[in-house]
Design a protein around this ligand. Structure first.
Ligand SMILES: [Mg+2]
Length: 330
């Protein structure tokens, strides 16, 4: 029996796989202690914290590459921090692996390689965690900590009638990418499938919007549904100009072949773009934030008094059947 095949104790796991990920965060104490210390946020900063849990066969497939599972788990949290206007600092991880898992060392090695890649990309470190075995499926939870400007967290409740409605990047790639990943368009649109598997959290943009934006959130459940949440929490109505919704070249090509897919682009999930509002006189500041962050920003509509979300077609008429929950008639 080789060392790799021997049952791994928790201390072995920590030392071999996780402690290297904590190097660079002094308060993590090399993962040798019972808890970690966060540094002082500073007089004009505040800590922002978010958590997400993922279960195998529910939020990812059992045979998904472990490094991609790790990176997606981390990135959905970073997207939430960006939506609040915070800069990511670090994270903790709780991991439950099946008792009878074949080759846990190989899985852990790939999983931690994914974490290391994204730590380097986003300038963050592992601060602590726990790893256990379970009679159930692979389950993991990441809690991410970020620093925001004190008192300036971007809330969902900050939209006001007269504001513009903006979105970052492109919409629909996540939902259309899932179709591609499921094999609907063999040999085509692999860029969309990549986008579904590996979201691009807009961490550079969120923190640059804290002065310009009124309300913000990330688009994880679909543009229309998330716009509905923003409208509800702000007590406003959101009007979206359908033709202004930014699409990637691949999404535009798919939708021109099958116009019904536009509804999926607007209502499907996993885009991880930022949806936000800003007063009309902040438009140039929003565009400057996008330029500095290297992310496109598009004004897709406006905030009015009232409730709910409406999508207009190219003539300015309401699109039939589109509601905040997606297509009613499909
Ligand atoms: Mg969110």
């Amino acid at each position: 029996m080789t060392d790799d095949a021997a049952p791994m104790g928790e201390f072995d796991r920590i030392a071999r796989f996780f402690a290297p990920l904590a190097e660079g965060a002094p308060g993590a104490y090399g993962l040798t202690d019972d808890a970690a210390a966060l540094p002082d946020a500073g007089a004009d900063r505040e800590w922002v914290v978010t958590v997400d849990a993922l279960v195998s066969a529910v939020h990812f497939l059992a045979d998904d590459a472990p490094d991609l599972v790790a990176r997606k788990a981390l990135r959905v949290n970073l997207s939430d921090l960006a939506a609040m206007g915070a800069v990511p600092y670090g994270y903790t991880l709780a991991l439950a692996l099946p008792k009878d898992m074949a080759e846990p060392a190989a899985w852990l090695e790939a999983f931690c390689r994914g974490l290391a890649d994204d730590q380097a990309e986003f300038g963050i470190h592992l601060l602590g965690g726990d790893s256990v075995s379970t009679p159930g499926p692979i389950t993991l939870s990441i809690t991410a900590f970020g620093l925001g400007v004190r008192g300036k967290a971007l809330r969902r409740s900050g939209a006001r009638p007269g504001d513009d409605l903006w979105v970052s990047g492109t919409i629909g790639d996540g939902a259309l990418g899932l179709l591609v990943a499921q094999g609907r368009f063999p040999g085509r649109f692999s860029d969309l499938a990549d986008r579904y598997r590996l979201p691009q959290p807009r961490v550079g943009l969120g923190s640059r919007l804290v002065d310009a934006a009124g309300a913000a959130m990330d688009v994880s459940d679909g543009l229309l549904q998330d716009a509905g949440h923003l409208a509800t929490h702000s007590g406003c109505r959101l009007v979206i100009d359908g033709p202004r919704v930014p699409l990637s070249a691949s999404a535009a090509e798919l939708i021109s072949d099958d116009p019904d897919l536009f509804a999926l682009a607007l209502s499907g999930g996993d885009d991880y773009e930022l949806l936000f509002t800003a007063p009309a006189d902040a438009a140039s500041a929003v565009e400057a934030a996008g330029r500095e962050a290297g992310v496109s920003v598009t004004r897709i509509g406006r905030v009015e008094s009232g409730t709910g979300v409406e999508v207009l077609d190219h003539r300015g008429h309401p699109l039939d059947g589109l509601t905040a929950r997606g297509w009613r008639h499909f």
